[in-house]
Structure formats: C-alpha cells, structure tokens
Design a protein around this ligand. Structure first.
Ligand SMILES: [Zn+2]
Ligand SMILES: [Zn+2]
Length: 282
C-alpha cells in the first residue's frame, strides 16, 4: 500500500506516503489510525498551519515517545518558513516535551527548497516545495516527490533494441543516455487551483477539491472539483488525480459526480478520498 489518507474539509487531513515514510499534514486522528506505523514516519511535511492539518501533531509526537515501539527513531517536521501558527506550536512543544526519547527537529522551508530523500546514485529522489495560495497572511506550501531517472537521448530512441544493447556493451551507456527528473507524486495541501508549472508532468496529483459547486464557495481559498480537474489536464498529469478535502455536504453526490467525471474521458484516472473514511491507494 503506497498511500493511506484521511481527509474531510474543516475536520482533519493527513496523507501517509509509505514509499518515502512521509506524512503530509497531520490532522487529528492520524496516530490512532496508524498505530504502529507511526514509528515508520521519518518526516512530516506541513502544508500550512490550519488546525485541521496540524491538530494530530500532539498525539503523534507523544505516542512516538510513550508507546511500545522503537522510540529512538528521529522525526523531522518541515513547515512553511514564517508560518505563525506553527511557530507558536513549536514553542509549546519545546516547553512541554523536554524529555523526548528521540530527536525531534523542526525545519522551516521555502518554495523551491529541495530535500534529499534517497541519495542512491541510480535512483536519486528528492522532495521539492512549491508555493500555493490559500489564506491571506499565511504562507502555504505544496510538495513534489521527484525521482532522478535515465533515458535514451532523443537521437537514439528509434534505434532497434539490439543496436542499443551493443552500444551499452561497448561502454557507451553514459553517452547515449541522459538524466531527467520525473515528478512522481504531488501533494498540494489546501489551495486555490495549483499553478500547473509547479507540478508539470507529475504522475500522481493529490489536489484539494473542497467544493463541487462554485456558488457554495464564499471566499477564494479553496478549489472546486472541476478546477482541480482542469489543473491536472493543464499540468499533464500522467496517471492519477486524487481529489481530497471534499466538504462532507457532498457525500451523497459522489456517485453522480464520478459518473460525470467518467464521461469527460480524461487521460488520467480520477479518485476521491471520500470525506470521513480512510482511503488506501496503490
Ligand atoms: Zn483544510
Ligand atoms: Zn486550510
């Protein structure tokens, strides 16, 4: 299972991305659901400081200290630099958790920052932060997981397999191939429609979709389902669009909306994180 997530607008949102042991946002209920898996989490990336995205931190930090598990494992929490709510929370934790058994680190990050995830030469991976637009006076971020890959240079792509194999045997692999960076997973947090340029060609896009109907949106802070689909189309999402943060008022409309989306015949799959339910994927 690659992803375990929960998301209900205003209540709680968290996404556990297992391949890189990353928790994106930390809404309430995350540790009581994940139980032993909380020890697997190595990094938490917070998108912004609203309560429905950070209210699980107290539980997570505490349970990793107290429960019967490997209590020595470090935890790093990355957050948008200068975020007021999160800065207040860090002060609280530093005063109330003086004797943690593991190393807890808080790291402020900015749009464009890159954090290495896996340093292996062949399959280097890193996370890149990008700017999102959510609420005024509060910095918010989205995150891409990027994998460094190798492919044939364009001039060699039409060569028969045999000839390519011969070139590789002749030690010309580096000459005929090039490295490129492929975005493989994107988590956008809460935001108005994401800028396609920041998430171009990603394989899997998690985009918030709080509203179905634009008329229900009183302030311009969140996206609609249809805007998220348009972003995914413009960005050239390769495989799947996962829609989350849906308001629970639309729960009953979901089957009908899914039918409407199917009729659009999109080049990627569209899946909803149903509000109020644990969602697993991959
Ligand atoms: Zn939210
Ligand atoms: Zn929010």
């Amino acid at each position: 299972m690659k992803l375990i997530a929960y998301s209900k607008a205003l209540y709680s949102t968290w996404f556990y991305y297992a391949p890189d042991r990353i928790l994106f946002d930390c809404g309430e209920g995350v540790s009581s659901y994940l139980e032993n898996k909380v020890y697997a989490i190595q990094r938490v990336f917070l998108s912004h400081g609203h309560a429905d995205h950070i209210s699980g931190l107290m539980g997570l930090i505490n349970i990793r200290n107290n429960a019967m598990g490997d209590r020595e494992k470090d935890l790093t929490v990355y957050f948008p630099a200068g975020n007021h709510f999160i800065s207040e929370l860090i002060v609280y934790f530093s005063r109330t958790n003086r004797k943690l058994r593991y190393n807890l680190e808080w790291v402020p990050i900015q749009p464009g920052d890159r954090i290495p995830l896996l340093e292996a030469k062949r399959h280097g991976r890193y996370l890149e932060a990008f700017a999102t637009v959510h609420s005024p006076n509060e910095i918010s971020l989205g995150y891409n997981i990027v994998e460094r890959r190798r492919r044939l240079k364009p001039e060699y792509r039409d060569l028969p397999q045999k000839e390519i194999a011969a070139l590789v045997r002749a030690g010309k692999k580096d000459e005929i191939t090039e490295e490129y960076d492929q975005r493989i997973f994107t988590y956008g947090g809460d935001s108005v429609p994401l800028k396609p340029v920041f998430i171009r060609d990603t394989e899997v896009l998690c985009h918030e979709a709080t509203f179905l109907d634009d008329a229900d949106r009183k302030e311009y802070k969140h996206s609609t389902v249809w805007e998220a689909i348009e972003v995914a189309r413009e960005a050239g999402v390769r495989k799947e669009l996962i829609l989350f943060h849906l308001s629970s008022r639309y729960r009953r409309d979901l089957p009908k909306v899914e039918e409407e989306i199917a009729a659009l015949d999109l080049p990627f799959r569209v899946t909803f994180v149903p509000p109020g339910e644990i969602f697993t994927w991959g």
